[in-house]
Design a protein around this ligand. Structure first.
Ligand code: NAP
Ligand code: MG
Length: 403
């Protein structure tokens, strides 16, 4: 059988620890035998980020802007321990943060469902994708503790020097706390566009929810920008695609989400998205089964797994002990990127292959072969736990049967 040829390279962002081990195995076992894999390789492993003063991270983001599709391995975000462990020149920033800032993108997280692993909300038979606005609000706040007797005001000085003042609170009889938040119209617009584009792309309804009844200026502004972008740029396309944009108060959204069967995208402000994505991930069963894609408003895509580098398993691996690390989300990062590349370059064989790879991965688990994390959750009677590499080989066996 001849290998599938590619036109445009994928931007390949390698990473750290256990996911770096899995990365190479996925390529060797599941991709290179079938595809004449063309990638532009960027090593985002912590050692190389340190050696390049983190230039490799921004280079990889600019390459994504150029080519349109990237696939990323999980990477270490350094803390004080990592600075010592890797003898770092600096506590380099989170690569995901750097890439997101350059691409101005929104992260969409979607669970992968398999028979035998029932969500904690069993009526969720389809995935719920969470889109979190990753800019501003409480994550870029200014806050203070204030003393009894203080008068706290919001003061805005415009470019002509004109000042507008509003009282926040006058503390009388007690100390207290205050905080100032902001967001930017262009960031909210980019967020809205990424959400509308992704809804069209995946042919799913888009829900958006804020607390606009209480926050009549701040949250309401999000609602207004979404409505305007939808009316002027997306309404017709949504009608043609047979999908819906639906705004509701966040309280109502939470109630509806719980009662739903899934199968939609839920857009949320930064804090709501942070909290709800953890709730959704947990309710579907496993972080190792959660995919993540960063979509920019101008339509570039960066695919990855939602989990980290699985450090604990890596240290076992280094000691020569057997590991049973789940590679599903990383496989789906590759398949997502290959599918997209196939679509953009009009190579249906490439998209078909990626689709088959996903089916083979799910079928392998549904036939009973799985890694330890899923083995603990699965209700299948004939389940069997395999190690990290055995799982990939089992997926390849299933894939070969499907070819
Ligand atoms: P983690 O790598 O997600 O792992 C936390 C725990 O979750 C693991 O110890 C393991 O539990 C379980 N787990 C996660 N993924 C798994 C998988 N694929 N298969 C099986 N079990 C899995 O989070 P972390 O240990 O907090 O972070 C490690 C490093 O990853 C940190 O340096 C952090 O900065 C980085 N990180 C990167 C990204 C990213 O690049 N997108 C995201 C998050 C974290 P058991 O140990 O109980 O088996
Ligand atoms: Mg969170």
């Amino acid at each position: 059988m001849s290998k599938i040829t590619m036109k445009t390279p994928l931007v390949e962002m390698d990473g750290d620890e256990m996911t770096r081990v899995i990365w190479k195995d996925i390529k060797d076992i599941l991709l290179i035998p079938y595809i004449d894999l063309r990638t532009e390789y960027y090593d985002l492993g912590l050692e190389n980020r340190n050696a390049t003063d983190d230039k490799v991270t921004s280079d990889s983001a600019f390459a994504t802007k150029k080519y349109g599709v990237a696939v990323k391995c999980a990477t270490i975000t350094p803390n004080a321990d990592r600075v010592k462990e890797y003898n770092l020149k600096e506590m380099w920033k989170s690569p995901n943060g750097t890439i997101r800032a350059i691409l101005d993108g929104t992260v969409f997280r979607t669970p992968i469902l398999v028979n035998g692993i029932t969500p904690f909300i069993p009526t969720w038979t389809k995935p719920i994708t969470v889109a979190r606005h990753a800019y501003g609000d409480v994550y870029k706040n200014t806050e203070m503790q204030v003393k009894n007797g203080s008068k706290c005001e919001l003061l805005v000085t415009d470019k002509n020097g004109t000042q507008t003042k509003k009282t926040i609170f006058e503390f009388d009889g007690t100390d207290g706390i205050i905080q100032g938040l902001h967001n930017k119209d262009n960031s909210i617009k980019s967020f809205a566009k990424s959400c509308f584009n992704y809804a069209l792309e995946t042919k799913q309804d888009l829900w958006f929810a804020t607390k606009d009844t209480i926050s009549k200026q701040y949250d309401h502004h999000f609602k207004d920008i979404f409505a305007e972008v939808f009316e002027t740029e997306y309404k017709e396309q949504f009608e043609k695609a047979g999908i819906e944009y639906f705004y509701t108060l966040i309280d109502d959204a939470v109630a509806r989400v719980v009662r739903s069967n899934g199968g939609f995208i839920w857009a949320l402000k930064n804090y709501d998205g942070d909290v709800m994505s953890d709730m959704i991930a947990t309710a579907y069963g496993s972080l190792a089964m959660m995919t993540s894609v960063l979509v920019s408003p101008d339509g570039t895509y960066e695919f990855e797994a939602a989990h980290g580098t699985v450090q604990r398993h890596y240290y076992k691996h280094l000691k020569g002990e057997e590991t049973s690390t789940n590679s599903v989300a990383t496989i789906f990062a590759w398949s997502g990127a290959l599918k997209k590349r196939g679509e953009l370059d009009n190579i249906p064989e490439l998209s078909d292959f990626a689709e088959k790879l996903e089916k083979a991965t799910i079928k392998t688990i549904e036939n009973g072969t799985m890694t330890g994390d899923l083995y603990l959750l699965s209700t299948l009677p004939n389940k069997k736990k395999v190690n990290t590499r055995e799982f990939l080989i089992a997926v390849n066996d299933t894939l070969k049967e499907m070819m």
